[in-house]
Design a protein around this ligand. Structure first.
Ligand SMILES: Nc1ncnc2c1ncn2[C@@H]1O[C@H](COP(=O)(O)OP(=O)(O)OP(=O)(O)O)[C@@H](O)[C@H]1O
Ligand SMILES: [Mg+2]
Length: 379
């Protein structure tokens, strides 16, 4: 799929912007603080309903404006349609697709799929587990309606169970009633974990192949799902039996093992909100042993796997948003990456320095100069 045209109004430092995009490679060049990331953020927002870097939507509206709009013409194998997001300071944001307003924000996912690769992602291997969960969740919410649904419900149950635990800790709630919440927690939680296990397995296979190619056959990458109970040594699943029954059983065991703690602290300590992913290079935990360069390769391999996985699930590649990450890679890694993407995937790439791309063999591309929230050359 690809974005054919993009229009911004009062979004971040853009007062008004209108662009036609190339179906392959688009390069946005500009100095620091001109609006390059803002532009990628607008596409990310239209795809996912939120910003990748802030939580308060109001901050996305131009400081001197009252409401912001993002509009895109999107082409997929199902056809071409317009997508629009409107942001207000005093009202809920709205999403309109093909002229029809969405009732729920979660319905937005799946129309325009994106993969974002920003400098923050270089922390994927070493950063906190929440980064790795966000990585797998973003893939899954975009490709599976069922997963979206389960995740929304799981989070609701989790919240309710937390406030119930709190009320027990404060002497108001009855312990016996907790089992009602346990049941739902396990039921939705198990569905989430099943899907994560499957997806991480497949993404792991794809990433291994990429790693092998990028490192010219020198490094093997394996990717493992670490369900929350693995850290406590619970379950057959530490060895990787991710059947429904296996997960159900281990989930229940984890719940039982944490019962006293949960009641005392008044908060849920078990569940997929504590899952993690383990990357190994040549069999060794990459978090501890991988060099900077190896970590970068792992992230690159994971991103390629993400693209490929989404194509397998959806039938076409998502749009790739590359925020100034290529300059961090050496020429050979960068070349194999660009070679792969530029022919198949619509890419929006930002950079401050156009120079290094001269060395790369690129397919046709379109170049834009961003200057202070405008396209340079425009009035
Ligand atoms: N709501 C807003 N209204 C107006 N301007 C804003 C708003 N939010 C952010 N900005 C401005 O947008 C500018 C550009 O931000 P952006 O992150 O896109 O820069 P960039 O081109 O990616 O720079 P860098 O190369 O340093 O990453 C910043 O100077 C910031 O002050
Ligand atoms: Mg930036």
């Amino acid at each position: 799929m690809h974005v054919q045209a993009l229009e911004l109004s009062q979004f971040r430092n853009y007062r008004q912007l209108s662009l036609e995009l190339d179906p392959h490679l688009n390069i946005f060049v500009g100095d620091n603080a001109q609006g390059k990331t803002n532009l990628l953020e607008s596409v990310y927002f239209l795809a996912t309903g939120r910003s990748h870097r802030i939580n308060r939507d109001g901050d996305l509206i131009n400081w001197y404006g009252e409401e912001a709009q993002i509009r895109a013409q999107v082409a997929t194998r199902m056809g071409s349609f317009t997508m629009r997001a409107n942001l207000y300071r005093d009202r809920r944001k709205r999403f309109i697709i093909g002229g029809e307003e969405l009732r729920r924000q979660s319905d937005l996912l799946g129309f325009l799929n994106v993969v974002l690769f920003s400098p923050d992602d270089l922390q994927l291997v070493k950063g906190s587990p929440s980064m790795r969960r966000r990585f797998i969740d973003l893939v899954l919410v975009q490709t599976s309606k069922v997963y979206r649904h389960d995740l929304v419900n799981y989070n609701k149950v989790l919240q309710q169970r937390n406030s119930f635990l709190k009320s027990i800790a404060e002497g108001r709630g009855r312990r016996d009633d907790l089992s009602l919440w346990d049941e739902q927690l396990i039921s939705y939680g198990t569905q989430i974990m099943l899907r994560r296990a499957k997806a991480i397995h497949r993404i792991g296979e794809l990433a291994s192949t990429s790693q092998w190619e990028i490192s010219s056959g020198e490094e093997t990458l394996t990717v493992e799902y670490l369900p929350f109970y693995a850290a406590e040594g619970i379950g057959s699943n530490v060895q990787g039996d991710f059947s429904t029954e296996g997960i159900l059983e281990d989930f229940a065991q984890g719940l039982a093992a944490n019962r006293t703690q949960e009641l005392r602290r008044g908060i849920t300590l078990v569940g997929p909100q504590r899952d993690d992913i383990l990357f190994r290079v040549d069999g060794k935990d990459a978090r501890q042993f991988a060099s900077q360069g190896q970590q970068r390769t792992v992230v690159l391999a994971a991103k390629l796997a993400e693209l490929e996985f989404m194509r397998e699930e959806v039938g076409e590649y998502p749009v790739l948003l590359l925020d100034d990450v290529l300059s961090e890679l050496d020429l050979s890694r960068r070349s194999s990456f660009l070679e792969f993407i530029s022919s198949k995937v619509q890419t929006l790439l930002t950079t401050t320095d156009r120079g290094y791309l001269q060395e790369d063999r690129l397919c046709d591309f379109r170049e834009y100069r961003i200057l202070d929230g405008r396209l340079a050359g425009e009035g």
